[in-house]
Design a protein around this ligand. Structure first.
Ligand SMILES: Nc1ncnc2c1ncn2[C@@H]1O[C@H](COP(=O)(O)OP(=O)(O)OP(=O)(O)O)[C@@H](O)[C@H]1O
Ligand SMILES: [Mg+2]
Length: 276
C-alpha cells in the first residue's frame, strides 16, 4: 500500500493538527467493576508512562485488564484509584485527543460510504466544512491504500479494508494518542501481517503516539518501541521492556531473542520479578 505523508501545508490542515504531544502518565491505577453483586478487580496499582511519539504495547493474557486500562486512557471509564494524565491534564472523559480503533469490523457507519465514514467525524468533531473534510479524508484514505474505494459502502469491504478505514478515520482526526485494542485480531494471518507492517509504515510517517493492546507476543515485538507485560488478572505490572527488535525482520535472530524474552516474562509465576 502506498504510504505518503498527508499534506499539511494548508492553513486548515495546520489548524486541525493538535498541538498536544501525546504524553500519557498512568499513576497508581486500580480499576474495579461491580457486576452481579460482585467486585471484579480488573487492574491493580499499575503505573507507567507513554512517551510522546512511541509505540507502546500492552501485552497480557485474556482477562488481565488490557481493554480496561485502554478504556480508562480513552476516558470511557474512571479508575477506582490513581489517575491518568494526558499532556499534564487528568483524563476525565473521552475526547477527540484520543481516538480508539477496536477489534470489531462493525465500527463503521453502514449507511455512509468509506469517504463519509472518515469525513463525517471531521465535520462533527473538528468543525470542518464539507470540502475540507472530504479533502482531508481522501488524503488519509490514500495513506492506507483505499483511494479507489472512497465510494464503497462498508458491507462491500473485506475485514482488512474496514480496519483500514477505521485507522484512516482515527488518523484524520489527528488525536494526540491513537488507542488500538487488538485491531488486527480478527484478520486472517496474511492480512494481519500486512496490516502490522503498514501500521509501522504509517507510524514512521506520522510519529503518532500509539497505545496498542494485544495478547500476541509476535505482534508486540513487531510493533512496539516498548512492551508492558501485565500479569494475569487482576492485571499488575510485570515488566516494561525496551524492544531491542523494533524494526528487525520477523526471521532475524534479534526478533526470536526478543520473542523468547517476552514469552519468558509472560510465563513467570504470579510473584515473579521481571521488571527491567
Ligand atoms: N463491564 C464490565 N463489568 C464487569 N467486569 C468486567 C467488565 N469489563 C471487564 N470486566 C472484567 O475485568 C477483567 C478484565 O477484563 P478486560 O476486558 O480488561 O481484559 P482483557 O485483558 O482486555 O482481555 P481480552 O484479551 O480477552 O480482551 C475480566 O475479569 C473481565 O471479566
Ligand atoms: Mg480486551
Amino acid at each position: 500500500m502506498a504510504v505518503s505523508l498527508p499534506a499539511t501545508a494548508s492553513p486548515t490542515a495546520a489548524a486541525v493538527a493538535a498541538p498536544a504531544a501525546g504524553h500519557v502518565v498512568v499513576d497508581g491505577v486500580s480499576i474495579r467493576y461491580r457486576a452481579d453483586g460482585h467486585d471484579v478487580h480488573a487492574v491493580d496499582n499499575v503505573s507507567f508512562e507513554i512517551r510522546p511519539g512511541e509505540k507502546f504495547i500492552l501485552l497480557g493474557p485474556s482477562g488481565c485488564g488490557k481493554s480496561t486500562l485502554l478504556n480508562a486512557v480513552a476516558g470511557f471509564l474512571r479508575p477506582t484509584a490513581g489517575r491518568i494524565l494526558l499532556d499534564g491534564t487528568t483524563i476525565q472523559r473521552p475526547g477527540p485527543d484520543r481516538v480508539v480503533v477496536f477489534q470489531e469490523f462493525n465500527q463503521l457507519l453502514p449507511w455512509r460510504t468509506v469517504l463519509g465514514n472518515v469525513a463525517y467525524p471531521l465535520r462533527v468533531a473538528r468543525n470542518l466544512g464539507r470540502q475540507e473534510s472530504d479533502a482531508r479524508a481522501r488524503r488519509f484514505l490514500d495513506m492506507v491504500g483505499l483511494d479507489r474505494s472512497v465510494g464503497a459502502y462498508p458491507h462491500t469491504l473485506s475485514g482488512g479494508m474496514k480496519q483500514r478505514v477505521a485507522i484512516a478515520r482515527a488518523l484524520a482526526l489527528d488525536p494526540a494518542v491513537l488507542l488500538m485494542d487488538e485491531p488486527f485480531a480478527s484478520l486472517d494471518a496474511l492480512t494481519r501481517t500486512r496490516m502490522q507492517q503498514e501500521l509501522n509504515g504509517i507510524w514512521a510517517q506520522t510519529r503518532k503516539t500509539i497505545f496498542f493492546v494485544t495478547h500476541s507476543i509476535q505482534e508486540a515485538v513487531l510493533l512496539g518501541s516498548r512492551i508492558l507485560v501485565l500479569t494475569p488478572g487482576p492485571g499488575r505490572l510485570r515488566a516494561i521492556v525496551e524492544n531491542a527488535a523494533d524494526g528487525a525482520p520477523l526471521d532475524s535472530p534479534e526478533f526470536a531473542a526478543m520473542e523468547s524474552q517476552v514469552r519468558g516474562l509472560l510465563a513467570l509465576p504470579l510473584d515473579g520479578r521481571g521488571e527491567s
